[in-house]
Structures are given as C-alpha cells and as structure tokens.
Design a protein around this ligand. Structure first.
Ligand code: COA
Length: 209
C-alpha cells in the first residue's frame, strides 16, 4: 500500500459506506451498472456489501482515489458463521425496507428473496473453501492493477483470520471477471445446480498468487 499519488488500498472506514454502496450498484449488473434495474437504490448494497461492512469490518478494504472509495474487497473467513450472523444481526437492521413477496416477480423481489435466505451461501461443495469474498471497482479504475492489489490485501487478511481457502460465486456471463480470477489463480469448484453462477476457489496464500 502506498499513498504516493495514485489510488491506494486501505482499510474500510464507516465513512466509506455510502461510496461502497455506490460502487456496488454501479458494478452489480454482471460487472456493469445496475442503476435503473432495481427500484430500491440500496438493495444491491444491503445484499452484497452492507452485511460485510457491518459484520466483518476488519475484512473490508477500499481503493481510495483521493478520499473516496472507488473500489472494495470484502469478505468473511467463515461463510457458515457469516450466514448465521447475517440472519440474526443484519436482517433485522434492513428488512423494514424490504417487504417479502409471496411470489417474487420483479428484479427487486427476486433479489429481496436472496436477502431473506442467507443460508443459500452455505453449500457442502464449498466446505473446503470456508471463506468467501466480493470485489468491485469503478470502471475508470479497472485494468490498472488495483484489483490484484485489493485481492492480495484481502487474501492476506483472510489468512490471518485462519481461513486457508476462499471461494466466490460469480455470474457466469461476467467473462471479464472470470479472466481476472483466472489470472489470480482461482479455479472452478464443481457445484451442481448452480444456476447462473460459477463458483471459483483458491488458497489464501499470496505467496502462490
Ligand atoms: C474484476 C475486477 C475486480 C478486476 O480488477 P482490475 O483492477 O480491473 O484487474 P487488474 O488490473 O488488477 O488485473 C489483474 C490481472 O487480471 C487481468 N484482467 C483483469 N480484468 C481482465 C479482463 N476483463 N480481461 C482480461 N484480463 C483481465 C489483467 O490483465 C491482469 O493480468 P496480469 O496481472 O497478468 O497483467 C474489476 O475489473 C471490476 O471491478 N469489474 C467490474 C465488477 C466485477 O465484475 N466484479 C466481479 C464480480 S464477480
């Protein structure tokens, strides 16, 4: 991490929350901008960013481009424990804003259903990769090495928390992200009935990054 001019990686601070939510929705459509897809502008953040910032702030890092978070890497060292804390501690904080539909039929309703089912994250095929993560960077800072820097910082932190292996779930159509993960040594994990998702995993040992 350096602060010598360009964007740099640093630990998350609570003041970054709004910017992290903004990055989240701007990259949530298979890597592209999801604003306009979801009626509730906070839904993507409340689903894919907020619970990590709230429950695992020590495992949250941002790309600082001059005071603003323009990217982030967030995760948990223990997905099963995280799913439990998500239900107990995160859901009560946000569900007031998200009525659950009996028959989900809109993009908001489908995603809201994910919010109410955190146990979906716990899959037997991923048990050997107990940590998981999310990483997103605004378009103007992509392809400049910051993703690699954010990833290495988070992998080191996950390793310090005791996780030897990490997984992630990505939309299979996000081919750009897949090339990034391939370059960083992630390999496909077989998960039956994964729907639109591909699961990838690797060691948290950055000596082999
Ligand atoms: C995916 C993402 C995090 C990668 O971060 P990045 O800063 O763009 O990637 P880096 O510049 O650090 O690239 C690291 C390596 O991956 C390669 N890479 C990254 N994106 C690539 C792409 N779209 N196509 C081909 N290779 C790519 C780079 O060439 C580089 O390889 P090298 O080290 O051998 O030169 C970032 O592009 C992003 O946020 N995209 C939109 C959101 C997204 O899709 N997130 C993932 C959701 S699962």
């Amino acid at each position: 991490m350096t602060e010598g001019g360009g964007p740099f990686v640093r630990p998350y601070r609570p003041q970054d929350r709004e910017a992290v939510y903004d990055v989240c929705v701007r990259t949530a459509d298979a890597g592209g901008d999801a604003r306009g897809i979801y009626r509730n502008p906070d839904l993507m953040g409340d689903l894919f960013a907020g619970p990590y910032l709230w429950l695992e702030p020590r495992l949250a890092f941002v790309l600082d481009d001059g005071g603003r978070a323009a990217g982030y890497a967030i995760g948990t060292a223990d997905t099963a424990a995280f799913a439990g804390a998500f239900r107990r501690e995160w859901l009560p904080r946000v569900t007031g804003g998200y009525p659950r539909a009996r028959r989900p039929a809109t993009p908001d309703e489908w995603m809201t259903e994910l919010l109410y089912t955190p146990e979906r994250m716990v899959l037997p095929e991923l048990a050997g990769h107990p940590a998981h993560l999310h990483i997103d960077i605004l378009p103007e800072h992509q392809r400049a090495g910051h993703g690699r820097a954010l990833m290495c910082t988070l992998l080191d932190a996950l390793r310090r928390e005791g996780a030897g292996h990490v997984h992630l779930g990505m939309l299979t159509v996000n081919t750009g992200a897949r090339r990034f993960y391939d370059r960083l040594g992630f390999r496909e994990l077989a998960v039956p009935d994964a729907g639109p998702l591909t699961y990838l995993g690797r060691s948290t040992d950055t000596g082999s990054a």
